[in-house]
Design a protein. Structure first.
Ligand code: HAM
Length: 430
């Protein structure tokens, strides 16, 4: 029969990569908990309007990358392309986003964008993100950026660069947009078809186009900083001062724009040198108008998201392997299988990573197998062991039978004691 393949851009995660994912996610959770953020889980599908209203009509995501379909009752639904809009919606519905209240939330889960798949760019990918709703203070921008860097640091990402910009706000951005559009129009014959279309609808994105012709055409384009109003300028200066005080290195990149339209003032990205074209490991910024745009009170917001797959690529270690079992339990005869099964289950119940072998191998082949698994200890149960009621524990590292013996049918204290000794010997368990 014909094999059924997975969908292009939608990847399986198999061991040992899945083990790395779990480990990285654990580290991220620990940092987010230390910063006192609460976890929020929102559904994968939302009403399409949530994204068209928040991300911007003239963004690549809304124009051509969303997975949108009609539900059976005709409601248009979309698989979430990002987390921020849904978190704001959910926070509003749960009463977490209110005046005089600050919501600090984080999330982790799959996002969907129908982009052209390549290294570091998938159609289903995973983000871990954090959002602070309800404070417009630069202190929060600095905390969010620091949190992002601490998350990346905890996962072992070194040498990535933080780039920072201010995009202005509703007061000063219209003049900047107009200046950029006018500049682009004066060189429109040099721009790609995509950028020409964007001239009026989304001129900020002209700065972001990777086409060499567009890069050349926009090389001398006006920069946001010259157009910032006094409050935006002061806000950005304070963010910079706080980041410097926190020893977070960054580079101001006046050409940094983001692929989503809800940003005002602070915008940032972290780029890793070893990722090729898709080099942004994470990004975010301030979105002070978004809560009101989604029908809530006029609350400020700021946050970031990290792409888990890109983080895994950027921190890839060539020799990552699934952790070896601590114990390989080996029944040397069919008769020994039930006792071996019970023993393995008790070990697993105590949190010991434990493999259980099929019954009836020769000692030699069982040892080869334990060796291959790189198990710390092999626990052998044959007829002799069954008679004596004690299993033989072989220390695989020292290639010697351990003086310790596990009690085959013990259901408690003796096993715990034996494990403690095993742990002391192997450095594995208390
Ligand atoms: P974003 O820059 O669109 O921001 O995505 C954040 C990160 O998700 C990127 O830096 C990248 O690592 C990863 N990513 C994006 N698209 C893909 C893809 N197709 N394949 C693999 N990884 C991808 C946001 O989504 C905003 N919601 C971030 C934010 C939170 N802003 C404020 N709060």
């Amino acid at each position: 029969m014909k094999t059924i393949h997975g969908v292009k851009g939608f990847h399986d995660v198999v061991p040992p990569q899945s083990e790395r994912c779990t480990e990285i996610e654990g580290r991220l959770r620990a940092v987010l908990a230390a910063y006192n953020y609460g976890e929020i889980r929102t559904p994968i599908a939302e009403r399409t309007e949530l994204f068209t209203r928040s991300l911007g009509d003239a963004t690549d995501i809304v124009e051509k990358e969303m997975y949108t379909f009609d539900d059976r009752d005709g409601t248009s639904l979309t698989l979430r392309p990002e987390g921020t809009a849904a978190v704001v919606r959910a926070a509003l519905e749960a009463g977490l986003a209110q005046r005089d209240q600050v919501a600090k939330l984080w999330y982790l889960g799959p996002m969907f964008r129908r982009e052209r798949p390549q290294k570091g760019r998938l159609r289903q990918f995973h983000q871990v993100g954090a959002e602070v709703i309800g404070r417009d203070d630069p202190l929060v921008d600095a905390e969010v950026v620091t949190l992002l860097m601490d998350c990346l640091g905890a996962c072992g990402l070194d040498g990535a660069e933080l780039v920072l910009n201010s995009l202005g706000d509703a007061a000063c951005r219209p003049a900047y947009r107009a200046a950029l559009a006018a500049y682009g129009r004066s060189r429109s014959e040099l721009l790609c078809a995509n950028c020409r279309q964007r001239l009026d609808r989304n001129p900020l994105r002209l700065l972001d186009c990777k086409e060499p012709g567009c890069r050349r055409a926009m090389a001398e384009a006006p920069l946001a900083h010259a157009y910032l109003c006094a409050p935006c300028r002061a806000h950005f200066a304070e963010v910079e001062r706080l980041l410097q005080a926190a020893d977070v290195p960054y580079r101001v990149e006046p050409r940094l724009v983001r692929g989503l339209d809800y940003y005002v003032r602070t915008a940032f990205e972290v780029v890793a040198g070893n990722l090729g074209a898709q080099n942004a490991v994470g990004g975010g910024g301030r979105y002070d108008g978004l809560v009101a745009d989604l029908g809530g009170p006029p609350l400020a917001g700021v946050g970031f998201a990290i792409g888990i797959e890109r983080l895994l690529l950027a921190t890839a270690t060539a020799d990552y392997r699934t952790p070896a079992p601590e114990v390989d339990v080996i029944p040397l005869s069919i008769e020994a299988a039930p006792a071996a099964g019970r023993l393995a289950r008790r070990l697993r119940g105590l949190g010991v990573r434990c493999e259980l072998e099929v019954a009836g191998r020769s000692v030699k082949s069982a040892m080869r197998r334990a060796d291959k698994l790189a198990a710390r200890f092999a626990v052998l149960i044959g007829d002799d062991e069954l008679r004596a009621g004690r299993a033989t524990v072989r220390d695989m590292r020292r290639q010697a039978d351990h003086p310790l013996a596990l009690v085959v049918d013990d259901d408690g204290p003796a096993l715990a004691q034996a494990l403690r000794e095993l742990g002391a010997a192997g450095g594995t368990h208390e």
